[in-house]
Design a protein around this ligand. Structure first.
Ligand code: SF4
Length: 391
């Protein structure tokens, strides 16, 4: 990207940067690495407008990495509930524990003397659970002002349009396409790059500039607010002069669309209630919501379920069952899965202490009155709402 473009980008950003809870008013100020890490992780797959409130609540409860490291997974999930992709929350907790443990091993009790709260090299950051090339770049660039590249969906879209790259970073490309990219304005290209390397080279070129932290963040903001997926607002774009797709009136052609292969999944979810009004929750061993407190569920064919399905006996003993009621269906999405589930309300004759459950799985009985505050995933909550009314 030319110096002229970068200058215009900076000026645009200074005038238009949105006020965000994780962004200081002084755009040149280094950030708290912990806050950058949390906000950038929340922002993966989630809109800025949604993340704002989640971030504020999170930082009130877990203001630093040490506080977070002491929390248990169930509580962390509660603060994540609604953001989806729970593996992100689980990895955040794992990383917090690893980093906090390293702090403790310094032997320094004075917080101010301890090393900074997140590692400061890409290698160390990318070795932590849930931190990939993008998040590592964001922490190093925005928090520590290192000249490190960032490449997220916004930057991919911008680079694809600026340089008319008709492939995505995940695509396999021919030598010819690579050579064409090498003839473009980026000095880092050799003509033998993979698709991903071509995009990263453009990102690294931006990172080579002074004030790379600001250029990186400005590009993310530009992608979000101006170079939008459907209708880019090219008339107000500071990069218009450099943009090949704009010049050729081909912005709609870039980036090429990726065919998302959605998978339909039909199943049954069980709301098993003991005679003393407790609901059976399972932890792990399920198709979805691995290692979270969830309602038992399994794959089953579409159509009304009558009686106790054989699969239910993988969880409970048929002799304990008093009644089975079909309570309708619900739809839900988890990653690429489009889910439709029948809901069965199974009442047991036995109380929670006496009811027999499978030895192969880990279960927990939840007070019915506290079910809505205990389950921290919308999959289970949607099913529960069809069976018991929230209190
Ligand atoms: Fe995107 Fe239009 Fe700017 Fe090109 S000119 S980078 S297409 S907003």
């Amino acid at each position: 990207m030319t110096n002229d473009s970068l200058k215009r980008l900076r000026e645009w950003f200074k005038k238009n940067a949105a006020e965000l809870p994780w962004r200081p008013l002084d755009l040149d100020a280094p950030r708290d690495a912990y806050a950058v890490w949390i906000s950038e992780t929340m922002l993966q797959q989630t809109q800025v407008s949604t993340v704002k409130d989640y971030f504020i609540r999170w930082m009130k409860r877990f203001p630093d990495i040490e506080t977070l490291a002491k929390a248990d997974e169930a509580e962390v999930f509660k603060y994540w509930q609604g953001l989806g992709y729970y593996s992100r929350a689980r990895n955040i907790l794992k990383t917090a524990k690893i980093v906090a443990l390293r702090h403790d091993s310094t032997g320094l009790t004075n917080q101010a003397q301890r090393p900074s709260n997140m590692p400061q090299t890409r290698k160390e950051l990318e070795a932590l659970p849930g931190i990939g090339a993008y998040t590592a770049g964001a922490i190093l660039s925005l928090a520590y002002h290192k000249r490190e590249a960032i490449l997220d969906g916004n930057l991919v879209r911008i680079f694809s349009r600026l340089y008319e790259l008709d492939f995505l970073p995940t695509d396999k490309i021919s030598e010819k396409s690579s050579a064409i990219a090498a003839n473009a304005s980026c000095s880092r290209m050799t003509g033998h790059e993979s698709a991903a390397e071509i995009y990263w080279n453009y990102a690294r070129e931006v990172a080579d500039s002074s004030k790379a932290y600001m250029h990186n963040e400005a590009l993310m903001e530009l992608g979000r607010t101006i170079c939008k997926t459907k209708t880019p607002l090219c008339e107000t774009c500071p990069l218009q002069k450099e943009c090949l797709a704009f010049k050729d009136k081909r912005t709609a052609d870039f980036p090429p669309t990726k065919k998302r292969t959605e998978k339909n999944w039909h199943g049954t979810v069980l709301v098993v209630e003991s005679s003393d009004e407790k609901i059976l929750a399972v932890i792990g061993g399920q198709k979805f919501l691995d290692r979270q407190l969830a309602l038992p569920h399994f794959e089953s064919p579409r159509g009304a379920t009558i009686g106790l399905p054989a699969n239910a006996e993988e969880y409970i003993n048929a002799d304990d069952v008093e009644s089975v009621e079909h309570c309708g269906t619900f739809r839900h999405s988890i990653t690429i899965h489009k889910i439709e589930c029948d809901i069965l309300h199974i009442k047991l004759k036995a109380n929670a202490n006496r009811a027999r459950t499978s030895q192969k799985l880990t279960f927990q009985w939840i007070e019915k009155a506290k079910a809505f505050e205990t389950f921290a995933n919308s999959f289970s909550l949607k099913a529960l709402k069809k069976v018991i009314l929230p209190v």
